[in-house]
Design a protein around this ligand. Sequence first.
Ligand code: FMN
Length: 256
Amino acid sequence: MPQQVVTFDKTLGHDAKPSLPQPPGLRFRIEPNIESLSREFAMDINNVEKRMEYTRGVLDEESAGGDPIALFQRWLKDAIDNEPMDVTAMTLATSSPDGRPASRIVLLRGVDEGGFVFFTSYESRKAEELAANPNASLTFFWPTLQRQVRVEGHVTKTTRQESETYFATRPRGSQIGAWASLQSQVLPNRDQLEAQVAELEQRFKGGDVPCPPNWGGYLVTPKVIEFWQGRESRLHDRLRFTQQPGDVWLIERLSP
Ligand SMILES: Cc1cc2nc3c(=O)[nH]c(=O)nc-3n(C[C@H](O)[C@H](O)[C@H](O)COP(=O)(O)O)c2cc1C
């Protein structure tokens, strides 16, 4: 597809308009006017930055203990008690076989000694990438607590039984949605999706909605878990747990 460069005349505000009309089907590379960007846009960012000092907590080796899953569970509990929104949201990063990364938010649906579980479509982009390269990372950010957790590990599918058991707990609308959505495929318009939902509501009327065959869970078995606690003057605490042979975790403090 041809690519055309468009520059903005003034600032990179939300109402900024490219200087040329966009013919359908043409992709644009947007080149902001750097001079005005540094003056107006960057100034706003700096103002936000100045208000931020990290003083909510401390992470030391003693309070962390030796078990990163137990520590994660304590931090998740703190987050549930303190974070107003989407406390189980995490950034899942995968990569294509040729090494191009992609990331998106998914929800954590379970965590124990075995690892971290989320659910999705087995035909989505992330599923395709995981089939080719079953390694992923997860990142949690709990801003109220000034905490971040990074997980790296190997990914496997949950059992069909586990997927079905979880699917059965979902609201009926989400269950129908899982059938209706060919996740990550291009849709011609919104109407087609809604027509699909209406058809499926008829099909499953009066009965339970079964778990779609192409839908289920993934388990990320952690090899590395890093806990980050924001500290004053950007001298943050970072403790990295790396799995060693024999179910032992190596604990290292990283420079902030
Ligand atoms: C707060 C939030 C929670 C989400 N939870 C999930 C989820 O649990 N599972 C999922 O498949 N997509 C979830 N999504 C949508 C994904 O971010 C993404 O759009 C979708 O999975 C398709 O990604 P892919 O094309 O890379 O496979 C969530 C998005 C947000 C913003």
